[in-house]
Design a protein around this ligand. Structure first.
Ligand SMILES: O=C([O-])CC(=O)C(=O)O
Ligand SMILES: [Mg+2]
Length: 232
């Protein structure tokens, strides 16, 4: 029996049935940083975080181009958050900030689709909440960007348009906790494994989308992606 071949076939079948390319289909968890830009802290009128504010999204929330963002019936306000995603390349735990970047396998452009306020109390302070962040299709991602494609992860222009209108813009130079800070911080609590994704936070407040809206977002001219939004 050739186990390598069987594993390969299983992977191809899974990739085809999920519509995801290899890093996303093999991603076990997605960690998200919240309130990681001063603009959003100011817009929400919340205290500046002293440590990263981190939440988890399930891998079942991942989609890639060609799939739609489906707004669940249970939510009325699902907003777009354009973000830089960091993809882990090597297993790590308790890594220092100095060594953190050596565990990166690449980057991706990501959307952290978020249901705002539908269950009021849980998000009172602008803090994340599992169901509002974790629903199916809530994490659209691009292809894997190799580290050599990203000259400096802390100088990337993020932009997002809804129906051709620019509604979110920012630069990763303004991250409160940078990529090394986030990897080191998260690795104090949980083992980071290859293909896990860390979403670094959205630069500005975001607005709810509705059935029929088209979201286009990008990192400068390096990469862009487009998704249709539809009601469940
Ligand atoms: O949606 C939120 O409240 C926080 C969040 O993910 C972000 O700042 O990127
Ligand atoms: Mg976010």
């Amino acid at each position: 029996m050739n186990l390598g071949r069987i594993a390969g076939q299983t992977f191809i079948r899974r990739a085809m049935s999920t519509g995801l390319e290899s890093f996303a289909v093999n991603s076990k968890k997605i960690l998200g940083a919240a309130l990681n830009y001063m603009d959003i802290v100011r817009e929400r009128n919340v205290p500046v975080p002293k440590d990263p504010v981190v939440f988890l999204k399930p891998s079942t929330s991942l989609i890639q181009e060609g799939q739609d963002i489906v707004i669940p019936k249970v939510f009325t306000k699902v907003a777009h958050e354009v973000e830089l995603g960091v993809v882990i390349g090597k297993k790590c735990k308790n890594v220092s900030r100095d060594e953190a970047l050596s565990f990166i396998g690449g980057y991706c452009l990501a959307l952290d689709m978020t249901a705002q306020c539908d269950l009021g109390e849980a998000r009172k302070n602008g803090h994340p909440w599992s169901l509002g962040k974790g629903f199916d299709t809530s994490t659209p991602v691009s292809r894997l960007l190799k580290p050599e494609e990203i000259a400096d992860p802390h100088n990337l222009d993020l932009w997002l348009k809804v129906n051709d209108k620019l509604v979110q813009e920012g630069n990763t130079a303004d991250l409160i906790f940078n990529v090394a800070d986030l990897i080191s911080f998260c690795s104090k609590y949980m083992t980071l494994e290859p293909n896990d994704i860390i979403l670094t936070g959205t630069p500005k407040n975001s607005l709810p989308v509705k059935n029929g809206d088209v979201i286009e977002c990008g990192i400068g001219k390096l990469i862009k992606m487009k998704f249709n939004c539809k009601d469940e």
